[in-house]
Design a protein. Structure first.
Ligand SMILES: Nc1ncnc2c1ncn2[C@@H]1O[C@H](COP(=O)(O)OP(=O)(O)OP(=O)(O)O)[C@@H](O)[C@H]1O
Ligand SMILES: [Mg+2]
Length: 466
């Protein structure tokens, strides 16, 4: 039962009906009070006018009072409204009266003392209600009592009250039904959205709610927010699917290669040299495999937001010299000149292992793409809040076809154009993920010849050169 009240539709209806009931109740009571007031005012006016008419015909002298007009006192107004009049002496004796009223003596007693003079009031005598006005007759101790039976008026007011209660109750019920219907209609898009969202699985993330509501409507906003979220989810799922497929392909290729290498080697007896050569090829493939696996693992950690687990203050100058220094030999073997122009005294906050990995990939790319006789120049600088590291080479530059997607995963130039032993196309995306996790980024710079890759990291606190 109580779960029913938790429904928004029911709560909306109840709130609306409650507010309506309070307003309708107040309006009904107000109307009834105004109606009773006007009805009583009409009676009071008639009774007072009759009092004044009779008063005008009284003779007062020597402590005596009598009515100059015909006796008995008039029993109705000139409009024909029955009003009993009583002229009561100081001792309570009835001096004159109009007609015969069985309640006369009770009226006399009831108006003896303690009742307001000159102000009409209600008096219940027996089963009848009277509107009574007592007017003192000055100089005689007598009083004029006027009583108009108002049973009809009371009846009318009771009927009016019952009618009003019935009308208000009917309106409340009608409003409750109307409110329930309106709330249901207003909330229908929410039901549609809930049903659609319930139906959407990871296989049909392309579906959209497409709620037909005018723009600016709150529920339309909710619908488009949902649609935008679905679009993001779809893009994320697509990326994940592509990533998984690419990763599987990338891991399968070296495994296939290793398998066929082993099959060929084992086909017949081999000399020790032949076995050594075969093992060397296998080792190369294993290296490639574990490098790719490690890169994938780091990218997965980057996606989970848990790539950088420690941040140390790194002396950027020493760090770059150390990393680049390790590439001197490889550069020399390729006939490439490796030059550095590194500032000292700069500090960056970060994980040295990850930053080394990023820088190693840039160096690996540069060495692999630069032809013998070429140059690689590494330089650092500080621009405002950024510490930047630029790796320039004199190779062919990045293939324009992949430039816009250079930092996406598994993006690499057509192997026919690339150098021998091309990688998985994960290096730059990992480098980017590492830089982003450190609050910076990697961009492809403009260069007249070759490629220029720029790593940007926030300068660390206590940076002397900043
Ligand atoms: N210095 C460069 N000169 C020319 N092209 C480059 C250079 N650096 C990167 N590229 C291009 O960008 C692509 C992506 O580079 P990335 O480092 O991400 O992957 P990869 O080097 O092919 O493989 P991995 O780094 O995973 O071993 C490369 O395949 C290459 O085509
Ligand atoms: Mg690379």
């Amino acid at each position: 039962m109580f779960h029913w009240f938790r429904r928004t539709r029911v709560r909306l209806t109840l709130t609306y009906v409650l507010a309506f009931a309070v307003l309708a109740g107040l309006a009904g009571v107000g109307f009834w009070i105004a109606f009773a007031h006007f009805e009583y005012a009409a009676v009071d006016q008639g009774i007072t006018a009759q009092g004044h008419t009779i008063f005008g015909g009284l003779n007062i002298g020597n402590g005596q009072v009598n009515f100059s007009g015909e006796s008995p006192l008039p029993g109705e107004t000139k409009h024909g409204i029955a009003i009993t009049a009583l002229l009561v002496g100081g001792a309570g004796t009835i001096l004159d009266r109009s007609g015969n009223n069985s309640n006369m003596s009770v009226l006399v007693r009831a108006t003896r003392k303690g009742v307001p003079h000159g102000v009409p009031f209600n008096l219940v005598v027996g089963h009848h209600t009277y509107r009574v006005l007592v007017l003192p007759v000055a100089g005689s101790g007598a009083r004029l009592v006027l009583a108009q039976p108002i049973d009809d008026l009371e009846q009318t007011l009771l009927l009016a009250a019952i009618l009003l209660v019935a009308i208000v109750a009917t309106l409340i019920v009608a409003n409750a039904l109307l409110g329930y219907w309106v709330a249901g209609r207003a909330l229908r898009p929410v039901r549609v959205m809930a049903a659609t969202v319930r139906d959407i699985s990871e296989h049909d993330l392309g579906r959209r709610l497409q709620i037909a509501l005018p723009p600016g409507d709150e529920l339309a906003e909710l619908g488009s927010t949902f649609d935008a979220m679905l679009a993001r989810l779809e893009a994320a799922f697509d990326a994940l699917r592509r990533f998984t497929a690419d990763a599987a392909h990338e891991l399968r290729a070296p495994l296939t290669l290793m398998r066929s290498q082993l099959e060929v080697t084992l086909r017949r007896e081999r000399t020790p040299d032949e076995y050594r050569d075969s093992h060397r090829v296998l080792l190369q493939e294993i290296d490639r495999l574990s490098r790719t696996a490690e890169q994938l693992l780091l990218l997965a950690r980057a996606d989970a937001g848990s790539l950088v687990t420690r941040k140390l203050a790194i002396d950027a100058g020493d760090f770059v010299e150390e990393v680049v220094g390790r590439w001197q030999l490889a550069a020399k073997q390729h006939g490439i000149q490796l030059l550095t122009d590194v500032r000292s005294e700069d500090t960056v906050q970060g994980d040295p292992d990850l930053l080394r990995r990023c820088l190693d990939n840039l160096m690996d790319n540069a060495v692999r793409h630069t032809p013998p006789g070429g140059q690689i120049i590494v330089l650092t600088s500080v621009e405002g809040p950024w510490w930047t590291l630029t790796v320039d080479d004199t190779g062919p530059g990045v293939d324009p076809a992949i430039r816009p997607r250079l930092f996406q995963r598994f993006i690499r130039a057509d192997p026919a154009r690339g150098p021998e032993g091309a990688g998985a196309g994960l290096g730059l995306s990992l480098c980017q993920a590492i830089a982003v996790a450190h609050g910076g980024g990697v961009t492809l710079g403009n260069s007249v010849r070759g490629a220029r890759l720029v790593v940007r990291l926030p300068v660390g606190p206590g940076n002397a050169a900043a």
